[in-house]
Design a protein around this ligand. Structure first.
Ligand SMILES: O=C1O[C@H]([C@@H](O)CO)C(O)=C1O
Length: 571
């Protein structure tokens, strides 16, 4: 031991502190664990909404297994790709990958995709308690069903700012009967075949497609046990923490538990100043914990209802059952499932977004000033007649050699070295009209951020290529949490709007909505060495170019594992 201490140059007093700390750690049994998981990824026929189609499974399951670990633990996940003819990559959404940027699972950014027959090992530390998710990050593969929940528990003995008797979870998804390939081919075709609204909504992988309404279909079977509704049993008088995550490909959701209010207490791993809501708007890529008290009449069950908002819904309400013990878990509630908030009530959703601020006892105030402000205009565009999305008039494409490998090895020629555009012409651009010339170009250029600097990002929404239409885009940042400084309507004014930023108690998160015809302001510290994607979490939109990439401190990244190589110039 003495040689270790002399090596680190520790003094006697430090030795005493270290010794004392070790005893404390042993006493509280907070030794970090290593969880070793083995996952096999396959295509299997599944009927999550009574319609049989190919889905991507993990060890036979879609959604995949819930991953549970304690803050500070290490996850080692051996992922074997048994998809036969398709690559795969898995992103651990909300886990910052501090010191392990190569385990972020973002194909084209942090790794080459895992080829059929191969096993790739993700290894990383879950450094902050909270509710997270994992999902495929290759092409539009997430929508094929490769997704699941991650629960990171607080270390034993840690008190959270709320109490509950037990936990339940709700993993929310939208579901199509067309394969991911049909969807992707439609999006890239010159005639543009939009994915359209989902056929059903899934709660914990279960939903219901009306086979009878759709007429006789060979693939549809309403008595299939795979599509029995999800039922969550509660005992009257008890309090529950519901961990909620949306892995949706497209839809923004409004979630309501009939007859029960929800108290929002956690968002993306950060404690929220509690907000009581009748229903919760949740966007793809977001997670929440809500506290629900089972305080209603226990002679019946209640609906958990999931409705589409922000796009004109054409999908039936997704339902699960809140089962009051001792009723039968599948006993239908005697009521009609709630229809939630009005789908086009943008103000209602913006207000809810604004109401999510940090719990007073857990405020980590943001830096008062920024070193750099990047304004990102979100527009729908065209390239040679193909429908695209662009950020400051650049539609993003991924290079064939992942950025992390390219930058670490100084392979400058594998992606555009022209800096991605810092802003747009906000003086003259009219965000309320359809572009008269929608043509744009694509690029794989990136933003290089000074390591440790403070960066503000302003997401600016605009009209789509349809008149009087602006959509909601949930933006997700890899590798960091950002402070949400503000939401505004119309065009962001760099001279006026920063004066109204919330620098007192903003929530930190990894995913935030950009509301129709509005702007969202974020601040983060570029203090995690690596290369990180920042993109719209709508599967089709990222596929059509709605994303950017940030690099910071890549020279500080340790030696890259060989296993992330094998594509482009990294062969
Ligand atoms: O990218 C999209 O394309 C369609 C529509 O704009 C054109 O069909 C839609 O709703 C999107 O979000």
């Amino acid at each position: 031991m003495s040689s270790i201490f002399s090596h680190h140059g520790l003094q006697a007093s430090q030795y005493t502190i270290f010794f004392f700390l070790s005893i404390c750690l042993a006493f509280f049994n907070v030794e970090a664990k290593v969880h070793h998981l083995k996952w096999e990824i396959k295509y299997e026929f599944k009927s999550p909404d009574c319609f049989k189609k190919l889905a991507i499974t993990i060890n036979g399951l879609t959604p995949g297994p819930t991953v549970t670990a304690t803050q500070g633990d290490t996850l080692v996940i051996d992922v074997t790709n048994s998809l036969l003819t398709e690559n795969v990559a898995i992103h651990w959404h909300g886990i910052r990958q501090i010191g392990t940027p190569w385990s972020d699972g973002t194909e084209g950014v942090t790794q080459c995709p895992v080829q059929p027959g191969e096993t790739f090992t993700y290894r990383f530390v879950v450094d902050r308690a909270g509710t997270y998710m994992y999902h495929a990050h290759y092409g539009m593969q997430r929508s094929a069903g490769l997704n699941g929940l991650i629960r990171v528990l607080v270390p034993e003995g840690t008190v959270e700012p709320f109490e509950y008797d037990d936990e339940r979870h709700l993993l929310l998804n939208d579901w199509w009967h067309k394969s991911t390939y049909e969807q992707a081919a439609g999006l890239s075709s010159p005639t543009f075949d939009w994915v359209g609204e989902p056929q059903s909504l899934l709660i914990n992988g279960r939903g219901k497609y009306s086979c009878s309404l759709a007429g006789a279909m060979d693939s549809c079977n309403e008595v299939n046990s795979e599509c029995l509704p999800e039922s969550l049993t509660v005992v009257q008088g008890k309090t529950y923490r519901f961990r909620i995550a949306s892995v949706a490909s497209l839809s923004a959701f409004n979630l309501e538990i009939e007859g029960h209010s929800m108290t929002i207490v956690e968002a993306d791993g950060h404690y929220v100043d509690p907000v009581v809501v009748k229903n919760l708007n949740i966007y793809s890529g977001e997670t929440y914990s809500v506290i629900v008290k089972a305080d209603q009449d226990n002679s019946r069950n209640y609906w958990v209802a999931l409705n589409v908002v922000s796009r004109k819904p054409n999908t039936p309400t997704g339902t699960a059952i809140l089962n009051y013990y001792p009723n039968h878990p599948l006993k239908s509630p005697p009521t009609v499932a709630p229809v939630g908030a009005l789908w086009n009530d943008t103000a209602y959703r913006v207000n809810q977004s604004k109401s999510i601020v940090s719990h007073p006892n857990y405020i980590e105030a943001p830096p008062r000033t920024t070193d750099r402000t990047i304004i990102l205009l979100n527009t729908q565009n065209k390239i040679n007649g193909h429908m695209k999305w662009a950020i400051n008039n650049v539609s993003f494409t991924l290079p064939t050699t992942p950025y992390l490998i390219a930058m670490k090895n100084k392979l400058h020629h594998v992606f555009s070295q022209k800096p991605a555009p810092e802003t747009y012409d906000y003086v003259n651009y009219d965000i309320h009209t359809v572009l008269s010339n929608p043509n744009t170009s694509s690029s794989n250029s990136i933003y290089k951020l000074e390591f440790g600097s403070t960066v503000d990002i302003i997401l600016q929404n605009a009209n789509t290529l349809s008149p009087n239409n602006s959509e909601t885009h949930p933006w997700h940042l890899h590798g960091h949490d950002f402070w949400v400084l503000g939401f505004g309507e119309n065009k962001f004014d760099p001279k006026v709007d920063p004066k109204n930023y919330n620098l007192v108690n903003p929530i930190q998160r990894n995913t935030v909505p950009l509301h129709p015809y509005g702007w969202t302001a974020l601040r983060f510290r570029a203090n995690n060495p690596g290369v990180w994607a920042f993109h719209c979490h709508i599967e089709a939109h990222f596929f059509m170019g709605m994303g950017v990439v940030f690099e910071a401190g890549v020279e500080k990244v340790g030696n890259l594992p060989k296993s992330i190589r094998g594509c482009g110039e990294s062969k």
